[in-house]
Write a protein that binds this ligand. Structure first.
Ligand code: NAP
Length: 480
């Protein structure tokens, strides 16, 4: 049995009360590791370590923080395969996907903010001939970073990299479902000689460790990615303490396919946008609107491609769909298939558990599912399923598709597929989503603002937005 550890004050530690929780491999259903079942006392110790480290770290030269962050990125690169194997084992995602996307992106997150901090600047405002104002952007103090299970290291580093680059110390909690790569990351930080207390990683449940972070008076800012319901709880907990909050929450993303799109490329990319990572990406398209003249042709080609997505062992390079994160999550997905049937949907492919043989016989595998015949406002088309399920809906006009696409409480991402540039601009502007892709999906530039509207979130990550979130702006006014 493998043991994972907390990383507090520069050393690896077990939970203060000696408790452990089991870590499962979704592809086999087996417990393969134990992680510290930490409590509020462990968060107290982490915050104490962070407070002790803050003075030196926050006043260190940006170039020194940048150098250390590049060193961490270099070390991650040397252990890329270990990280990819650990991520795949913890999440059930294909190992090739972790190797090609998750881990390289985690490395890029560190490199990006290590560079950005050397190029940051702030504003100056001259008030006629009377005064000169300049803005100081100072580290905020101790930041709490809480991340989910679907892209564990990718999203964990997306938070801690800007927080550290800006001169904060961090107390971070990965999802209890996927603690492995954060644990490996702690080893890298020790090897890179990150000063003790600058980053602290505490494993445990949201109820114990997450809540302790969001209610602790010494945590000045909380950056959270996860479900909308958890985001609401965190907002309630943090509000009386006036913490700065960044919330990246759920989505129910629309793809708008117009009849003049590049057909082959659109089918290919929209299949990827719906089923990448088993549909367990907040940005996945789950509602696909197709202009009526193209509907049947698109549907048939789409379903044919989806049927070709091999469900299999995440270790096998030919696997396109690995395991869902847990049997409980699979039950949730199944309950939505039953709901879709009740609501009058026709299952065009998938819709059931896949039973594999051998090593993966106990895994949570599910066939990628396409459904048609549902109204845009039914529950299946309104609630986040967060699995390999996409619905197809025809539309007759631009106005109609915008009404349907915008008719959810979410507003994270959308994609538009058309060769009409004027329409692309018009539709992009009218969509209620924080991120709109035109003729592409998941094409990311880390400088751009990233986040959701409506109940998909509050605030933006990425580029200067992240560095601004993790700093406090102070205006200094000098009378001339
Ligand atoms: P989740 O259940 O909300 O959990 C997210 C994190 O919050 C986990 O670390 C969880 O800990 C912790 N947590 C749970 N309850 C808490 C509490 N009361 N106080 C503080 N922390 C608490 O979400 P998930 O199931 O891991 O992730 C899936 C969701 O994340 C989906 O809704 C997806 O759309 C969303 N997501 C959004 C984005 C985005 O950028 N907008 C990106 C990825 C995922 P435990 O795991 O230990 O319970």
């Amino acid at each position: 049995m493998m043991y994972l550890w907390n990383y507090v004050d520069g050393t690896l530690k077990e939970a203060s009360d000696g408790g452990w929780f089991p870590v499962h491999e979704p592809a086999t259903g087996e417990v393969y590791a134990m992680a510290p079942d930490s409590r509020a006392e462990d968060i107290d110790a982490a915050i104490e370590a962070a407070l002790s480290a803050f003075s030196a770290w926050s006043t260190s030269a940006a170039a020194e923080r940048s150098r250390l962050m590049h060193r961490i990125a270099d070390l991650m690169q040397t252990r890329l395969e270990d990280f990819a194997q650990a991520e795949s084992r913890d999440t059930g995602k294909p190992v090739w996907l972790a190797r090609m996307i998750d881990i390289p992106r985690a490395i890029d997150n560190f490199r990006f903010f290590a560079g950005a901090i050397l190029h940051s600047s702030s504003e100056a405002h001259q008030t006629d001939t009377i005064a000169l104002n300049y803005t100081l952007r100072q580290p905020i103090g101790i930041a709490g970073c809480i991340s989910p299970w679907n892209l564990p290291l990718y999203l964990f580093t997306w938070k801690i990299a800007p927080a550290l680059a800006a001169g904060n110390c961090v107390v971070a909690k990965p999802s209890e479902i996927t603690p492995a790569t954060a644990s490996l990351f702690a080893e890298i930080c020790m090897e890179a000689r990150l000063p003790a207390g600058v980053l602290n990683i505490v494993h445990g449940s949201g109820e114990n460790v997450g809540a302790a972070i969001t209610t602790h008076p010494d945590i000045a800012a909380v950056s959270f990615t996860g479900g909308t319901a958890t985001g609401a709880t965190i907002a309630r907990n943090a509000a009386p303490l006036f913490k700065k909050l960044s919330l990246e929450l759920g989505g129910k993303n629309a793809a708008l396919v117009f009849a003049d799109c590049d057909f082959e490329e659109t089918v290919e990319t929209v299949v990827g946008s719906a089923f990448s990572n088993q549909g367990e990406v907040c940005l996945c398209s789950s509602r696909i609107f197709i202009e009526r003249p193209l509907y049947e042709r698109f549907r048939d080609a789409f379903v044919e491609r989806v049927r070709e997505l091999t469900v299999g062992d995440p270790l096998d390079d030919s696997t396109r769909q690995g395991a869902l994160i847990s049997p409980q999550h699979m039950e949730k997905v199944l309950s939505y298939i039953a709901l879709a049937r009740e609501e009058g949907g026709r299952i065009l492919c998938g819709g059931e558990r896949v039973q594999l043989e051998g090593r993966c016989a106990g895994g949570a595998f599910f066939s990628p599912t396409v459904i048609e015949g549902l109204p845009y406002n039914c529950r299946t088309n309104q609630e986040e399923i967060f699995g390999p399920v996409a619905t197809l809906l025809p539309f007759d006009s631009e106005a109609e598709v915008l009404t349907m696409a915008n008719a959810t409480r979410y507003g994270l991402a959308a994609s538009v597929w058309t060769s009409n540039l004027t329409r692309a601009h018009r539709v992009a502007a009218a969509l209620q989503a924080g991120i709109v892709w035109v003729n592409c999906w998941m094409l990311r530039d880390l400088r751009t603002p990233f986040g959701g509207m409506k109940q998909s979130g509050v605030g933006r990550e990425g580029g200067w937005e992240a560095l601004h979130f993790f700093t406090e702006a102070k205006n200094v006014c000098i009378k001339l």
